[in-house]
Design a protein around this ligand. Sequence first.
Ligand SMILES: Cc1ncc(COP(=O)(O)O)c(C=O)c1O
Length: 394
Amino acid sequence: MSYTFDDVIDRKNTNSIKWEPAVLKNLFGEDDLLSMWVADMDFKCPDPVVEALVKRASHGIYGYSDIDDGYYDAIIQWNKRRNDWHLDKSWIVFTPGVVPAVNYLVQAFCKTGDKVIIQNPVYYPFSSAIVNNGATIVLNPLKETDGDYVMDYEDLEEKAKDPRVKLLILCSPHNPVGRVWRKEELERLGEICIANHVLVVADEIHSDLIMSGHKHTPFAGISEAFANNSITCVAPSKTFNLAGLQVSNIIIPNEQLRNEYQIILENNAIRHPNTFGIVALEAAYTKGEPWLEAVLEYIEGNMDYIKTFVDERLPEIKFKKPEGTYLAWLDFRGLGMDQKALESWMQKELKLALDEGYIFGSGGEGFERINAACPRVLLEEALGRIEQGIRNRL
Ligand SMILES: Cc1ncc(COP(=O)(O)O)c(C=O)c1O
């Protein structure tokens, strides 16, 4: 089977938050932007997923639905095959999205004034999940040297000692910096958390998007102690481009923690999954693997393209190829623009809708996140605009 990811598919008039001009106008003040911000792909999902959805849609009745053994089995087999991670069916709790799940987890495990550690710069909805649910953010910033990011364990050890710190939200692989954390790195973090009674929420939504030469380590798969002191969020949404179907799974091996989480879901009246989400997950995990391998190769080609372009033609910009995710994290600090000027230049002059680095928290200022899960021609256009924009400034 051959796959074509080069075709530009018009996504207008599909209610896409990435491409609908009215949405762009509302978010960015401009409606004619080349859009590379939110993390969904501009590729069609695997054919078997489309076929399963069409079949289900043609049934014509979309009443309340529930998950069945086929759904659980698809998740279990996928994780066993891809990551050698062995899940028990009872650990899997459906939730309609990882961001909702992170919010419910803060509700479940933090009282007002309790604290949650995050490792900035990091996916910004973590901060709102913490603050909006009455907890306080504690920053354990990543350390950056020449585009390489590592965790700061000394700082983590200090911060985790505070008895009001109840959770640490780990982003693994890390959005936006693209790190695929190595087993030893996760072990060190996990041990500090266990020693200080800090529960780890591992957001592993990007765990299927790993570049060649790297390997994802499921945090909970490291040891029984880690499994018991963690809650892992996974989903087929980034992997297979199904974000609009709102299906994710929260893996909670520890029965007591699982019960506490389920009470919160019940209190928020989260019960029945979306009919199409169930169908899509099963088709994707059971029949989507060849497509995933092909799309990963294409995305890696895109990352190589960015790398070559930046190295050869944009000496003012720095870029390190990510180890995972389809997100490119570009360092524009060399241009010496303050963040608002950089943002305005991107949107008003270059007509690009990117995620501004500063929204990921401190350490993100001066960076831009480009979603590289798109036909290469769009990347060529975006980078060409940046090159031209820089020449115009000189
Ligand atoms: C780290 C991370 N978690 C969660 C999400 C979104 O999850 P969901 O759409 O399931 O709420 C994203 C989307 O970009 C993400 O990058």
